[in-house]
Design a protein around this ligand. Structure first.
Ligand code: SF4
Length: 370
């Protein structure tokens, strides 16, 4: 059914930020120096080449032999330091292939990472993704150390709404349950009834057994959910700055150029884009679709690095890459991951009262699966 209404300011400005207290980079604080391990050698040597050859094999379709000698010393050092620190690396599907395929222990979409975060045994989690993902890991693992290699890695959706906005919505629509996409701050998660991801959004909305649901903050995901259910949806005006840039015209041009091409799109895209797609699904659903259908040629309408990661795994599928990069995800790099492990930088903290309330919303979503 059509969406019942969209609320929120018309212009969110340029305030897309991660953690506001992001520290000055390249400067080692006295506290970091006290807990630092020696910085490993980062030279490209025959030993590094031998030790990383099996990893290069995984990414050779997407990383050139010229680039590898610059990456391999970092990859070897990071993988060794993970053991020394008893750390685990969680990487989102939008991380670049050298991170996703060569240093990550667990990879996936927001839902997979949230679930895996609850099963991690290591004392330290390094989150290769954006700030709200690291906060979710901390919320689910209050007694572990959660690090993000660059806490400035924000998200236009998470920046579009605050906990105070949710309280105002509740005043305006008393008794209407509120669902928050996981792309929100801990402050927002603490104010809502349940969280969802793009993998389970429809299931979560319908699980509430309510005639009307407030769904925030992504207006496009809200419209997609509304098109899949009879529940009346009230939305918020947020948008993903990567997915909202795609247009229906762009997709029609791909199809005109090659009528046999398959086009798959993420539900954070506007409705005219989804109307042109052969399949709509979360990042995990898109990857599974390509694995199962094995198309000759496919356009993935989502963040660009995901196509690289799938290409590394499925070299015989031709990927057409409309290169929309998420500038926040791209703040995470091998040198910053190494610094994270050497200096235990930058630790993510969440106020315990907010974390406790936010945990209920995230766990309610995770438990729905069982
Ligand atoms: S791709 Fe979009 S939703 Fe994902 S982190 Fe970047 S801005 Fe946020």
């Amino acid at each position: 059914m059509p969406i019942a209404g969209i609320y929120g300011p018309d212009d969110f400005g340029n305030s897309v930020q991660g953690h506001p207290a992001a520290q000055a980079r390249n400067r080692v604080s006295p506290a970091e120096r006290a807990r630092a391990l020696p910085m490993p050698s980062l030279e490209w040597t025959p030993e590094v080449e031998r030790a990383t050859a099996h990893l290069y094999d995984r990414v050779k379709n997407v990383i050139s032999p010229v680039e590898w000698p610059f990456m391999a010393p970092y990859i070897k050092a990071i993988n060794e330091l993970k053991k020394t620190r008893d750390a685990v690396i969680l990487a989102h599907n939008y991380q670049t292939p050298e991170i996703f395929h060569c240093v990550a222990d667990i990879s996936g979409d927001s839902l997979q990472l949230a679930i895996e975060a609850t099963t991690v045994k290591s004392g330290i989690i390094v989150q290769c993704g954006v700030h709200f993902m690291a906060e979710t890991s901390k919320i689910l693992n209050p007694h572990k150390t959660v690090l993000i290699p660059d806490s400035r890695a924000g998200c236009s959706l998470a920046s579009s709404i605050t906990g105070a906005d949710v309280r105002l919505l509740r005043e305006r629509f008393p008794g209407v349950p509120v669902v928050a996409y996981v792309n929100t701050s801990a402050d927002v998660k603490a104010e809502v009834d349940i969280c969802c991801t793009s993998s389970n959004a429809v299931q979560v909305v319908e699980s509430l057994n309510a005639p009307t649901v407030i769904f925030l903050p992504d207006q496009y995901l809200a419209k997609y959910v509304a098109s899949q259910t009879d529940v009346k949806i009230i939305a918020w005006k947020g948008a993903c700055e990567v997915h909202e840039r795609f247009t229906g015209d762009e997709l029609r041009a791909y199809r005109e150029a090659d009528p046999t091409v398959q086009i798959i799109a993420h539900p954070e895209c506007p409705p005219d884009v989804l109307a042109e797609a052969d399949f709509t699904g979360s990042t995990a659903h898109m990857i599974n679709w390509v694995r199962n259908k094995h198309p000759k040629r496919v356009v993935m309408i989502t963040e660009c690095s995901m196509a690289d990661n799938v290409q590394a795994e499925l070299p015989d599928v031709e990927m057409v890459r409309p290169c929309n990069l998420c500038p926040h995800m791209k703040r995470i790099t091998l040198p910053k991951i190494l610094d994270s492990l050497v200096y235990l930088r930058e630790e993510v903290t969440v106020d315990p009262l907010i974390a406790g309330k936010a945990r209920r919303s995230v766990e309610r979503m995770i438990n729905l699966r069982n």
